[in-house]
Design a protein around this ligand. Structure first.
Ligand code: HEC
Ligand code: HEC
Ligand code: HEC
Ligand code: HEC
Ligand code: HEC
Length: 194
C-alpha cells in the first residue's frame, strides 16, 4: 500500500502527463529502425500474429520477432535494398533490433497477455485494427479507467478461441460460461497492483 499512497500524491501530475502523452502518441507513430508495415505483412502477405509475437498465448509479454524471422523471407526478397541494412547488421551481431514501443504501462502495473488471450479477449479490443495500420499507432488510452471499464463486465467483449487473431471478427455473446469467467474480484486493486 506504501507504493500506492506515494503514487496517489502524484495523481494530478500523472494524470496530466498520461493524457497529454496519449494525445501525442496517438497521433504520431514513433520512428522505427525499419518502417515495418503490419498492413502489408498481415492483410496482404497473410501472416498470423503468432508468427512474430510468439509468446502472446503463453507468456506475460507478446514477444518481438528476432531478425532471423524477418530474414526467412528478406534474405531473398529485397536482399540488396539498403532499407534492410539495419536488419542484416542486427542479425550478424546477434543483437535484436531496437523497436520503439507504442504500448507501455508504468512498472507498478501488472499485465499479462496469455490470461486475456486464453479467456477470449482478442488483440483488437486493446490494439485496434493493427492489420490495417501501415505504422502501429496507440488505439486505446491505456489508463486505469480503461482497464476497469472492461474488468467491470468483460462478458460482452469476448470472441470464440478460433477468432482471437481475426481482427475483423465480431464479438460473440454468451461465452462467459465457456471461459469460466470470474464472477467477482476482477476490479480489486491487487489484480493489477501486486
Ligand atoms: C512479420 C512479423 C509480424 C507480424 C506477423 C505481426 N507483427 Fe506486430 N510487430 C512486428 C514488429 C517488427 C513490431 C515492432 C515495430 C512496430 O511497432 O511496428 C510490431 C509491433 C506490434 C505492436 C506494437 C507493440 C508496441 O508496444 O510497440 C502491436 C500492438 C502488434 N505488433 C500487434 C500485432 C498483431 C495484433 C498482429 C496480428 C494481427 C501482429 N502484430 C502481427 C512484427 C509483426
Ligand atoms: C513470410 C515472408 C515475410 C516475412 C517473414 C517478413 N516479410 Fe517483409 N515483406 C514480405 C513481402 C512479400 C513484402 C512485399 C509486400 C508488398 O510490397 O506488397 C515485404 C515487404 C517488406 C518491406 C518493404 C516495405 C513494405 O512494407 O512494403 C519491409 C521494410 C519489410 N518487409 C520488413 C520486414 C521486417 C522488419 C520483417 C520482420 C519483422 C519482415 N519484413 C518479415 C514478406 C515477408
Ligand atoms: C487486454 C488488452 C490486450 C490484449 C487483448 C492484447 N494486448 Fe498486447 N499489449 C497490451 C498492453 C497493455 C501492452 C503493454 C504492456 C506493458 O507495457 O507491460 C501490450 C503490449 C503488446 C506488445 C509489445 C510487447 C509486449 O508484450 O509488451 C505486442 C507485440 C502486443 N501487445 C501484441 C498483442 C497481440 C498480437 C495480441 C493478440 C494476440 C495482443 N497484444 C492482445 C494490451 C493487450
Ligand atoms: C476488453 C476487456 C479487457 C481489458 C480492456 C482489460 N482486461 Fe484484464 N482481463 C480481462 C478478462 C476477461 C480477464 C480474465 C478474467 C477471468 O479469468 O475470469 C482479465 C484478467 C486480467 C488479469 C488477471 C486476473 C487474475 O485472475 O489474477 C490481470 C492482471 C489483468 N486482466 C490486467 C489488466 C490490465 C492492467 C488492463 C489494462 C491495461 C486490462 N487487464 C485490460 C479483460 C480485459
Ligand atoms: C484492471 C487493472 C487495474 C485495477 C484493478 C486497478 N488499477 Fe490502478 N492503475 C491501473 C493502470 C493501467 C494504471 C496506470 C495508467 C493510469 O495512470 O491510468 C493505474 C494507476 C493507478 C494509480 C496511479 C495514479 C493514476 O491514476 O494515474 C493509482 C494511485 C492506482 N492505480 C490505484 C488503484 C487502486 C487504489 C485500485 C483499487 C481500488 C486500483 N488502482 C485498481 C490498472 C488498475
Amino acid at each position: 500500500m506504501g507504493l500506492l499512497l506515494g503514487v496517489l500524491v502524484g495523481i494530478p501530475a500523472l494524470w496530466t502527463y498520461a493524457h497529454s502523452d496519449y494525445v501525442e502518441r496517438s497521433r504520431l507513430a514513433p520512428e522505427q529502425p525499419i518502417q515495418f508495415s503490419h498492413r502489408h505483412h498481415v492483410a496482404e502477405v497473410g501472416l498470423d500474429c503468432r508468427y512474430c509475437h510468439g509468446t502472446v498465448e503463453t507468456g506475460a509479454s507478446a514477444g518481438m520477432p528476432a531478425s532471423s524471422v524477418c530474414l526467412t523471407c528478406h534474405s531473398q526478397l529485397y536482399a540488396d535494398n539498403d532499407l534492410f541494412e539495419p536488419l542484416r547488421q542486427s542479425y550478424r551481431a546477434g543483437k535484436p533490433l531496437r523497436w520503439k514501443r507504442v504500448y507501455r504501462l508504468p512498472d507498478y502495473v501488472y499485465f499479462n497477455h496469455s490470461i486475456h488471450v486464453n479467456k477470449g479477449v482478442s488483440c483488437v479490443e486493446c490494439h485496434g485494427r493493427v492489420d490495417q495500420m501501415a505504422l502501429v499507432q496507440l488505439s486505446q488510452p491505456l489508463t486505469m479507467e480503461w482497464c476497469l471499464n472492461c474488468h467491470n463486465d468483460p462478458g460482452p467483449r469476448l470472441r470464440p478461441q478460433g477468432k482471437i487473431f481475426d481482427l475483423a471478427s465480431a464479438r460473440t455473446a454468451g461465452l462467459e460460461d465457456h471461459y469460466q469467467l470470474r464472477r467477482q474480484g476482477l476490479t480489486d486493486c491487487s489484480v493489477c497492483h501486486r
